[in-house]
Design a protein around this ligand. Structure first.
Ligand code: S3P
Length: 171
């Protein structure tokens, strides 16, 4: 493990399927700091799955709770924080992240993202007639926001998690 003191949180952002949870878990372990996840914290607080929250209360409600959870997690001792794919789109959230941490976009192209999410049914935004097209549209619409991250790490071609962790640690 790397011996270091983390003075700011490392916040992973990017599309569903880009590897935030996998890379975040490994990165936190390498750095010896806590790993946190906005989706996980939200689900624990709401005692409902993401899909249930979307279905019952709608996306606007989910986004409001997501912002609250993000702000709360950013007040904790620095660690690695994985965010839901939509979190970095809100200017308010980007500002909160910039204040407390360093943002890292795990950039992956559409075929790689699709290969990771196509068999999952846990993402309400992809429950459409043509989920692949939806994924592509979301990616295109979101890239300008993700591109505002401090560090952009390429997740293509299908990376080894350890290599991406090394990339982040070295910077
Ligand atoms: C979302 C991504 C999901 C989850 C919710 C909305 C999005 O998180 O927050 O389904 O808007 O891209 P992951 O990026 O962890 O899949």
């Amino acid at each position: 493990p790397v011996r270091c003191v983390l003075t700011r949180s490392v916040v992973l952002v990017g599309m569903m399927g880009c590897g935030k949870t996998a890379v975040g878990t490994a990165l936190a372990e390498r750095l010896g700091v806590p790993f946190r996840d906005t989706d996980e914290a939200l689900v624990a607080a709401a005692r409902m799955s993401i899909a249930e929250i979307f279905e019952r209360d709608g996306e606007a409600f989910f986004r409001a709770r997501e912002t609250e959870v993000l702000q709360r997690l950013l007040t904790l001792e620095p660690g690695v924080l994985s965010t839901g794919g939509g979190a970095f789109l809100r200017p308010e959230n980007r500002a909160a992240i910039a204040e407390a941490g360093v943002s890292v976009w795990l950039r992956a192209d559409e075929p790689l993202l699709w290969s990771r999410v196509k068999h999952k049914t846990t993402r309400p935004l992809l429950q459409t007639d043509n989920p692949r097209r939806t994924l592509g549209e979301l990616l295109a619409a979101r890239e300008p926001a993700y591109g505002q991250a401090t560090l952009v790490v390429d997740a293509n071609p299908d990376y080894a998690i350890d290599d991406m962790v090394t990339e982040v640690v070295e910077v």
